[in-house]
Design a protein around this ligand. Structure first.
Ligand SMILES: CC(C)(COP(=O)(O)OP(=O)(O)OC[C@H]1O[C@@H](n2cnc3c(N)ncnc32)[C@H](O)[C@@H]1OP(=O)(O)O)[C@@H](O)C(=O)NCCC(=O)NCCS
Length: 183
């Protein structure tokens, strides 16, 4: 099955915004990513059950993303600011036949509330709709994750529903909202 999501002729180049540079994941950033993940604030309403990110897990995660880029079936970016890795933005559960995917994003908490993620998402969405087959981007967000809800709403995502008891963050069960943006 052809899993490539990029349009014909697409050639990688970093995505530039006013203040940020979104770059392809590379194993050389593994220590920086590991450090980023040490920020406990990232995992309050985000991530999987335990969020134990050992160096091995982080390395594997990067290699998976690098491989997805190589096969043109993934389009994750690291978010850098002044040459420092400060976050990531990603699509996952990509279903090429339905032209849809889910969106994930995170930013080190020392950079929160400065408009950085809104800036990154705007550029990323433009990039996805221009260069890939994706026509629907969904995001599940904890009903308590106000910063993330605000970012999605500022980025024109529409709330489509409530997913009751659909997530566990730090061992507690939460409701998520389902948001989505159509091309
Ligand atoms: C969600 C996240 C990416 C937001 O990044 P950010 O760069 O701070 O986002 P922005 O600055 O672009 O926008 C955040 C908005 O939420 C507002 N906000 C944040 N926390 C808030 C709160 N507790 N109450 C009210 N408003 C809040 C900010 O004031 C800002 O709104 P404004 O632009 O109108 O001032 C960041 O908080 C993060 O990485 N969180 C941890 C990981 C995560 O939850 N990822 C999303 C999973 S769905």
């Amino acid at each position: 099955m052809d899993e490539k999501i990029f349009n014909k002729g697409y050639k990688y180049k970093p995505v530039k915004t006013k203040r940020l540079l979104l770059i392809k994941p590379d194993i050389k950033y593994k220590e920086e990513l590991y450090k980023l993940y040490e920020d406990k604030n990232l995992w309050i309403y985000n991530g999987s059950g335990d969020n134990k990110n050992s160096r091995k897990i982080v390395e594997k995660q990067i290699l998976r993303k690098v491989d997805a880029w190589k096969k043109r079936k993934g389009a994750s970016f690291f978010i850098t600011y002044e040459n420092k890795l400060i976050g990531s933005i990603d699509i996952f559960t990509i279903i090429k036949d339905f032209k849809r995917c889910d969106l994930g994003f995170m930013l080190h908490s020392s950079y929160w509330n400065k408009g950085f993620m809104s800036e990154a998402i705007k550029a990323y969405i433009h990039f996805l709709f221009k260069n890939t087959c994706i026509k629907r981007i969904a995001a599940e967000v904890c009903t308590k994750n106000i910063g993330s809800i605000k970012v999605l709403e500022k980025s024109k995502f529409k709330k489509e529903g409530l997913l009751k008891k659909s997530a566990i963050y730090n061992g507690k069960v939460y409701d998520n909202y389902l948001y989505a943006l159509l091309k």
